[in-house]
Design a protein around this ligand. Sequence first.
Ligand code: SF4
Ligand code: SF4
Length: 379
Amino acid sequence: MAQRVALARCESYRLPVLEDCLRRLLGLLGGISQFVKNGDRVLIKINLLSGKPPEKAVTTHPSLVEAVVNLVKEAGGIPTIGDSPGERATITGLDRAYRTAGFEEVSRKTGVPLVSFEDDVMEVNTSRGRLYKKFTVTKRIKDFDVIISIPKLKTHPLTYITAGVKNNFGFIPGLRKTEFHLKLPDGELFSEMLIDLLSTIKIDLVILDAIVAMEGNGPVGGVPRNVGAILASKNVIALDFVACQLIGYKNPLAIPTNRIAIERKIFLPGNIEISGEKIEDLQVEDFKRIPQDVSQKIPQFLIKGLKGLLSPKPKIIDQLCNRCFHCLESCPVKCVDKTKNGKLSIRYSDCIRCFCCLELCPQGAIVIKTSWWMKLFTA
Ligand code: SF4
Ligand code: SF4
C-alpha cells in the first residue's frame, strides 16, 4: 500500500492559520481522530536541540506545537511535550532550553507538561537492526499510547538533512548521543544506526515544520529560509523522501537514510502518494544544501590517502566564539584544544568529522570547511 504524505502551503506561525492548516493537512490523512482517541496519552516529540529563540529556526516552532496540542486535546487526547537536547542535560539546562525556545510559554498557556528524557532509561531491542540490536532510550515512551514527532527541517553535516528520521535520535538521553558519534564518525554508519533506531520506536504521526527551515550551516548555525510548507505522514521515511525534494534534492537517494531504508527493504521506492499541494509548487531549488562528501564516491583503494583531503571539516570562527567551551567538552575524541592565547583550535589529525561541536555550539561559531580538493571533485 502506498504511503501517503500530506503537503500543505503555510507561510505564517500565527496560531489560527496553523490550526486551520493542520486541520486541512491531517484531513488528508483521515483527520486527527485517526491517530488520537479519547483518553489517549500523547507524547509530542519536538526538536529542541540546544534551545534557541524560535526566529533562529533551530527548534520546532512553539506555535506549531501549540496548534498540535490544541488538536490533540480536541480529539480527547492528553498531550505532553518532550525532547532531550544534545548538550549536557542538567535539569537547569533543560528548563533554560524549553524557556528560550518558547515551550515554557506553550506549557503555561495550554497546561501541558514539559518532560525530561534524562532521568529514567530503558533498553529497547530490534531484531531488524544492522549495526545495533538494542538502544538505551528514555523510559518516558512507555507512559504514552501515541507518539507524534514534530521535527524542524534543517541541513545537517552528517545526514544532509534533519527531518523525520533524525528527530528520533532525541529519544536517546543527553550525552549518551555522543557515544554514537564516537563509534560512528562516518555519515553512512551514522545513518545505518538511525535506521536501526527507527525500527525500535513506533512513531504514529510525523508533522514536519518546514514553514521556516534552516539552510547552510545547519543544524544550529545556518540561516532561516522560508519554505512555506508543513508535511505530515504516518511514515517517517516517506516524509523524509518528500522533504528533501522540497529543498531541491532531485534524487531522494542522495540522503543516506533514504537510500539505506530502500537497500534494507524497509521502504519501497515509488511507494509514496503525495496529497494536497504539488511539490513543484513549493520547491525551493536554490536552498543552500550541505555539500556531499565526495569521498563516498572514491574507490576504496584510494580512499585512505584522500579521505582527509576530501572530507568537509569543522572550522572555528574565532570572532563569533564566546569561549563557552561546549565544543571542547562535548568532542568525543577530545581534539579541541585551548591555545596559549586563549583561542580554540581543532587537531584535524584526530578529528573524526562527527560535527558534534558544530551541532552544540551555541554561537554558530563552527562552520563546515570544504577543501579546494573537494571543490575540484565536485566541480
Ligand atoms: S562551542 Fe562555539 S562558542 Fe563555545 S567555545 Fe566552542 S566555538 Fe566557541
Ligand atoms: S572537533 Fe568536532 S567534528 Fe571533530 S571530532 Fe571533535 S566534535 Fe567531532
